[in-house]
Design a protein around this ligand. Structure first.
Ligand code: TYD
Ligand code: MG
Length: 463
């Protein structure tokens, strides 16, 4: 008679809301204080779970591990490939998060259409939309017919869907919150289900070299976090987010984590009637004033990954008699806005203590770089003075607490892009003890103006 061995003693209960683990049941979760949220972890190993078969550990000499090289499946979209670091890596798992309606399904559908058109088999596991809904959308966004290597699996039952998808090059799971493992007694979208589903996908991905690249759609919560347990982000290879202002057409794809490439690059798309269009030359997209000089407007040359963007910063100030005037930042770090306002008040002598201040980056761009500081400061100063800055001048530099300007990295790229887009002048912090003075690229004309401090810059342009 064989005696069935008990599994190792692990956490037996999980909080269904936050993933807190415990060996005993509790009425209230110590992790998130939710009542009655502890559920029992399933102990029974199901037949299709190979993790049950314990295999002895072995060690391998690093030299003897075969190199797999950099095999990647290009997605056919330069913008997606740029963010991924050159294409999809076989046997990898990518998580794509974003607000509802931002275009996650559309992005993945067009990616599958492209990969399938070049002969790579794609399986789209759709638990949110029906096959006919997907087909309707594919008809609309696919200009040159539907490829034969594109398969749709309507099932929400993940283990069986993974079985039919095993031989594909790309498998999309739309979404990880709506698929489920039927043997787990918990509703789809619960922490327990999401954990188990991702675990199953990782297992399929790590099974062989020829395994597909998996892309999972992830919902985000009201606070902007990916819904589900935090371990989700640790478990997968790549975490992408799809962002943008839903009313505006522009969308940005960013990598928050990437085991196979940098997290610096962004992909830029535009949502059109015929699906997502790539924007290969987005340098000049983030401007609305054009060539007309308006008060409260300053342009900065910002770098994201390998590209530079000329981004317009707009500001409006309004004198109010409130004890706490408002400071509203859109696409600008609110803490940097407060710092810039303090410097303008203390060092430049602008009176802003009784004014509402609004500052925003145009076109839904998110100016993450401190190099945008000088343009933000100049836009606010220009708004206060009601005096416009020259339209074809770019302002670049980090503002320090003393009001001095600090040089950002990639100065050459900023100068080159400003020159390419027809700017006449770029204001930069005085170079700090380096031997090479940046120059515009050959054949381009742009004046480089050095400024030591925000005080000097303001005196020159808004005297
Ligand atoms: P969708 O990909 O369904 O968003 P998600 O999966 O992130 O929830 O995109 C939905 C929006 O995109 C929808 O509101 C309409 C818009 N859209 C277009 O404007 N043009 C198109 O060609 C497509 C397919 C969608
Ligand atoms: Mg969707």
């Amino acid at each position: 008679m064989t005696v069935k061995k008990a599994r190792s003693v692990g956490p037996k209960f999980f909080c269904d809301a936050c993933g807190y683990e415990s060996v005993r049941w509790m009425g209230r979760c110590p992790g998130c204080n939710a009542f009655d949220s502890m559920v029992e972890a399933p102990l029974d190993m199901t037949e299709d779970d190979p993790a049950g078969a314990s295999s002895p550990a072995t060690r391998l000499a690093l030299q003897e591990i075969p190199s797999t090289g950099q095999q990647r499946t290009p997605t056919g979209s330069a913008e997606v490939d740029r963010v991924l670091g050159g294409g999809l890596v076989p046997a990898s798992v990518t998580l794509l998060g974003g607000e509802p309606g931002i275009g996650k399904s559309t992005l993945l559908l067009s990616t599958c259409l492209r990969v399938a058109a070049s002969g790579g088999r794609c399986v789209y596991i759709s638990a949110e939309e029906s096959a006919s809904q997907l087909k309707m959308r594919a008809d609309r966004i696919s200009a040159n017919g539907l490829p034969s290597e594109f398969y749709v699996c309507e099932s929400g039952d993940l283990p069986s869907a993974l079985k039919v998808a095993g031989d594909a090059a790309l498998v999309v799971v739309d979404s990880i919150q709506t698929v489920r493992v039927p043997t787990i007694r918990s509703i789809s979208g619960s922490v327990l289900q999401i954990r188990e589903c991702v675990f199953r996908i990782l297992e399929s991905a790590k099974r062989g070299k020829s395994a597909p690249a998996y892309v999972l759609v992830g919902h985000i919560t009201k606070g902007g976090e990916l819904a589900g347990p935090k371990v989700l982000e640790h478990m997968v290879d790549t975490v992408l987010s799809f962002e943008g202002d839903r009313r505006l057409g522009l969308r940005f794809l960013r990598a928050q984590k990437n085991r196979f490439g940098s997290t610096e690059e962004i992909g830029v798309f535009e949502m059109t009637g015929e699906g997502l269009a790539e924007v290969p030359d987005p340098g000049a997209l983030f401007r609305s004033a054009g060539d007309s000089a308006l008060a409260g407007v300053a342009v900065s040359a910002l770098v994201e990954g390998s590209r530079a963007f000329l981004v317009e910063i707009q500001s409006l100030t309004q004198e109010v008699n409130l004890a706490m005037p408002r400071r509203v930042a859109t696409g600008i770090d609110p803490r940097r806005l407060l710092l810039i306002l303090a410097v303008l008040e203390k060092r430049v002598g602008l009176r802003l203590g009784t004014s509402d201040v609004f500052a925003s980056a145009v076109g839904g761009f998110v100016a993450r770089e401190p190099a945008a500081d000088l343009a933000v400061a100049m836009a606010i100063a220009s708004a206060v003075r009601s005096s416009p800055l020259p339209a074809r001048t770019a302002f670049v530099g980090e503002v320090t607490l003393t009001g001095e300007l600090r040089e950002p990295p990639n100065v050459d790229r900023r100068i080159a892009e400003s020159a390419r887009l027809g700017f006449q002048e770029i204001v930069l912090p005085a170079p700090s003890g380096r031997n090479r003075v940046p120059r515009p690229p050959a054949g381009r004309q742009i004046d480089i103006v050095y400024s030591k401090s925000i005080m000097e810059c303001k005196a020159k342009y808004l005297s």
